[in-house]
Ligand binder design. Structure first.
Ligand code: DC
Length: 221
């Protein structure tokens, strides 16, 4: 079974996807982490981020793996654990060079499908229900007002980066939303067959309960 969860930054999809995978005993597939890890590698090697051929060639020689350690998911690229590095602002700011290239997306999609072929999966990203797993048994699109999403990110970043302001976070999310939704290949969009949940005024537990009910309804059928 595949559960697909899409949505913009700060919509709560990572938290929910992790909780869901744990509860159901499914594998958790964080596709954003894959784009992040490859962005990190391309930056380390100073590859021209505009050069699609060079990037595709590099991706063909890259091994991306997930490992479960101490109850949390780690991502390794060519054997290097980059779980922390992929969250650096420099990586976040450069991902769009990677995620807007069709050659890269095609390879990532294939790889994600291969990873999911091995069992039950909760897959999280921007194009899970629309492109990667159109056959998913259940699809969700999580959303929230931009102010609420920025507030969540601000609270998350504040302890590690005291200099970041709420205004910076909201501007950053606006830019990411624009890039994610206007990309020519696989833009972030709610597919007609996905369940839309606006999480602005909901707690994580409330969202989790709603999603679980939806999943149980298909299991019962
Ligand atoms: O979910 P995240 O913030 O870790 O994702 C980082 C970026 O990766 C996001 O801004 C867009 C891109 N991405 C994508 O294009 N397709 C996916 N399936 C997942 C992420």
């Amino acid at each position: 079974m595949i559960i697909a969860i899409d949505g913009p930054a700060g919509s709560g999809k990572s938290t929910i996807a992790k909780m869901l995978a744990k509860r159901l005993g499914f594998k958790y597939l964080d596709t954003g982490a894959m784009y992040r890890a490859f962005t990190w590698k391309a930056m380390q090697l100073s590859v021209n981020l505009e050069d699609e051929d060079a990037l595709c060639h590099l991706l063909d020689q890259t091994i991306i793996e997930f490992q479960c350690k101490d109850e949390s998911l780690h991502i390794c690229i060519d054997g290097i654990n980059v779980t922390r590095e992929i969250r650096l602002p420099s990586v976040t700011n450069n991902i769009h060079y990677i995620s807007n290239k069709s050659g890269i997306r095609q390879r990532m999609v294939r790889f994600q499908q291969e990873l999911a072929a091995k069992g039950n999966v909760v897959a999280e990203g921007r194009d899970m229900g629309t492109v990667v797993f159109p056959q998913a048994e259940k699809k969700f699109f999580l959303d929230a007002d931009i102010e609420e999403r920025a507030k969540r990110r601000y609270v998350e970043f504040k302890p590690s980066n005291g200099k970041v302001s709420y205004d910076d976070v909201i501007k950053d999310i606006e830019i990411r939303d624009k890039r994610d939704t206007t990309r020519i290949d696989s833009p972030l969009t709610k597919g007609i067959d996905s369940v839309y949940i606006n999480t602005t005024r909901l707690t994580i537990e409330e969202v989790f309960t709603m999603i679980l009910k939806e999943i149980e309804s298909i299991v019962r059928k």
